[in-house]
Design a protein around this ligand. Structure first.
Ligand SMILES: [Zn+2]
Length: 286
């Protein structure tokens, strides 16, 4: 009988390896995400059962990204695509088309998220990161139902870690006398609302637009009136306008990224949120 058992197990292994629709994944599931923040969130719940690659590295603008040929290959090989939606990834549909994957399981993680009108940067609120993560868990459970419990348990653990971090960060912001800031890019309303910063105005009124001279005067008057000492800019943006405004008003420019990876040791979502809150708090305390 040992011979029979061996051939039977070979036979079964063969089925599992050959069948692309297998319910029990042996290899990590290849997943493509649009933004590095989605890579971190997918890894939080998928652990070693997922192999995630992000199309955007974190150094480009998420609004004006130009896909590379390797992105098409990544989508060709993926079993799931995770995106934000809300019109943020304007470049994704043509990629899916070029990769000839019309039936690729695509998870739109902004579904059911409470939105701030006109702002797609939902991941900067840890409460919404929970919603994003929940959609990812649903996708993983569909692909790999055998591990459904494990994914759900990871989601619960991550959710608790988010609660702890958020409470700790809100406490830090409460200690600031004047939490008002000016932002360069319209990316921070979710972040500000969650942690208690106040955005008094923005340099860009639309993504990618440069402000008029009139707007710069209005902003510098506003900054003096409200005693705003911090302008929040980003590594992905041209530093010229924030610098002019800082020189004009005596404020300082703080560079933070709305996406992980731009700063060292921020690949992990929890580290990323902590870094952004703590850096801004330090600048506002000076
Ligand atoms: Zn943006």
């Amino acid at each position: 009988m040992p011979f029979m058992q061996t051939s039977l197990s070979y036979f079964l292994t063969g089925i599992i390896l050959l069948c692309p629709c297998s319910v029990y994944a042996i290899e990590p599931i290849p997943i493509v995400v649009t933004l590095p923040v989605l890579k971190s969130l997918t890894e939080k719940v998928g652990g070693r059962h997922v192999a995630v690659s992000s199309l955007i590295t974190g150094l480009e603008s998420e609004h004006t990204y130009t896909p590379r040929p390797s992105d098409v290959i990544a989508i060709k090989n993926a079993r799931m695509l995770v995106k934000i939606g809300l019109g943020l990834e304007t470049w994704i549909d043509s990629l899916i088309k070029n990769a000839d994957r019309p039936n690729l399981l695509t998870i739109t993680t902004s579904r059911d998220a409470p939105l701030i009108k006109g702002d797609p940067h939902i991941w900067l609120d840890p409460e919404i990161a929970k919603i994003i993560t929940h959609h990812i868990v649903e996708g993983l459970s569909q692909l790999d139902p055998v591990r459904q419990e494990e994914y759900k348990n990871n989601e619960t653990a991550f959710s608790l870690a988010l609660d702890q971090l958020t409470a700790e960060m809100i406490e830090k912001v409460k200690g600031i006398q004047n939490p008002r800031i000016i932002t360069h890019h319209l990316a921070w309303p979710y972040f500000a609302k969650r942690f208690g910063f106040i955005i008094s105005g923005g340099i860009q009124t639309q993504v990618g637009s440069e402000p008029s001279a009139k707007r710069m005067v209005t902003l510098s008057q506003l900054m003096r009136r409200e005693k705003i000492s911090v302008i929040l800019s980003e590594p992905q943006l041209n530093p010229k306008m924030p610098q002019i405004l800082a020189e004009e008003t005596g404020a300082r420019v703080v560079i933070l990224s709305p996406m992980p990876v731009a700063h060292t040791h921020t690949e992990d979502y929890l580290d990323f949120i902590r870094y952004n809150v703590e850096t801004l708090v330090r600048a506002l305390q000076k």
